[in-house]
Design a protein around this ligand. Structure first.
Ligand code: DGY
Length: 320
């Protein structure tokens, strides 16, 4: 059996595949594969393990319908035509849970770096502008006892809420389709309507999937419903916010600041004006990038491949 892997992944996952007798081909060039290259490489493979931004659309799946499994090196699966995979009986695996804490830690980090204008002050030092003490310059805002609004309270949102509660005794609001009983019981979280979340939160942290319903949900109209002192944090998918509207909301002081680990589009243009605003901190989609987490993701992605090739249920499957 053969697997094609679209990136060099941690050894922990490769070893499991080798131990299962699977032949591995990895794409080692430092660029995305084109759609044609991806199809070409998958023609001779029984499984695809994909990391990065490759689009696994209907055309790809139909051209490679012989694949016995598609294994994603991510929790998100918005890049995959799931309905087509299901129709073609190709199971799609992903890597939830193992990256929840690392990703939530980046949301927590961005909330704090934004609130204290950390990247702006770092840049001042680089620019030789650290001269004398100015009591009223470059001030941040306090987070103690403020209100966190979690948009999409699943495993990652829960970890973010827990950190905010523990570190800053923040009140937790959330907006979800379902009720999160654990968050309500352990963190005193309160489920509210989307409009209430916008109106009452001092920090809004996005932890939802990108879907038709969430695409650019954070836009001119919704930023206008947020508090002028609010910080918008997005570590989920850049497509959930409209970036031009976010820039305008920050420039016009409709909201106070933004911390982004995901941008719309990715990669972000280095000339993007957001990068020059003092109340904005942007990271290049590093939510899950710790050594331990990436090892766990590689192991889970490999287990999904192995199960798929053995016609067994994948440990973490997206489509039934
Ligand atoms: C995920 O796991 O979905 C990360 O955002 C990487 O894409």
């Amino acid at each position: 059996m053969k697997v094609f892997i679209t990136r060099v992944i941690p050894e922990a996952g490769l070893q499991l595949l080798r131990d299962a007798g699977i032949t591995i081909t990895q794409w080692e060039e430092p660029r995305e594969l084109t759609s044609a290259e991806l199809i070409e490489h998958c023609r001779n493979a029984d499984a695809l393990l994909t990391a990065g931004r490759s689009t696994i659309d209907a055309a790809f799946l139909e051209a490679c319908s012989h694949l016995k499994v598609v294994s994603l090196f991510s929790v998100g699966y918005d890049n995959v035509a799931i309905a087509t995979a299901t129709k073609l009986k190709i199971p799609v695996g992903h890597t939830p849970d193992v990256l929840s804490k690392a990703t939530a830690d980046v949301a927590f980090l961005l909330m704090q770096t934004t609130a204290r204008k950390a990247f702006y002050h770092h840049q001042r030092i680089l620019d030789g502008e650290w001269d004398f003490f100015e009591p009223k310059a470059g001030l941040g805002i306090d987070l103690q006892n403020k209100t966190l609004g979690v948009f999409g309270l699943g495993k990652i949102g829960f970890e973010m809420a827990k950190s905010c509660k523990g570190a800053f005794e923040m009140d937790i609001l959330y907006h979800n389709r379902s009720t999160n009983a654990e968050a309500e019981e352990k963190l005193g979280a309160r489920k509210v309507s989307f409009d209430e979340l916008l109106a009452q939160s001092d920090v809004i942290s996005v932890h939802a999937n990108l879907s038709k319903e969430t695409k650019e949900l954070f836009n001119k109209a919704t930023f206008a419903k947020m508090k002028p002192n609010a910080i918008f944090v997005n570590t989920a998918r850049g497509g959930i916010h409209n970036e031009a509207d976010l820039l305008a909301a920050l420039q016009q002081k409709t909201i106070w600041g933004a911390g982004l680990d995901v941008t719309n589009p990715e990669p972000m243009d280095p000339e993007n004006a957001l990068l020059r605003l003092p109340n904005v901190c942007v990271l290049p989609h590093i939510g899950s990038s710790t050594e331990g987490t990436r090892d766990q993701m590689a192991i889970l992605a490999a287990k999904n491949v192995i199960a798929g090739l053995r016609n067994e249920k994948l440990p973490k499957v997206v489509n039934p």
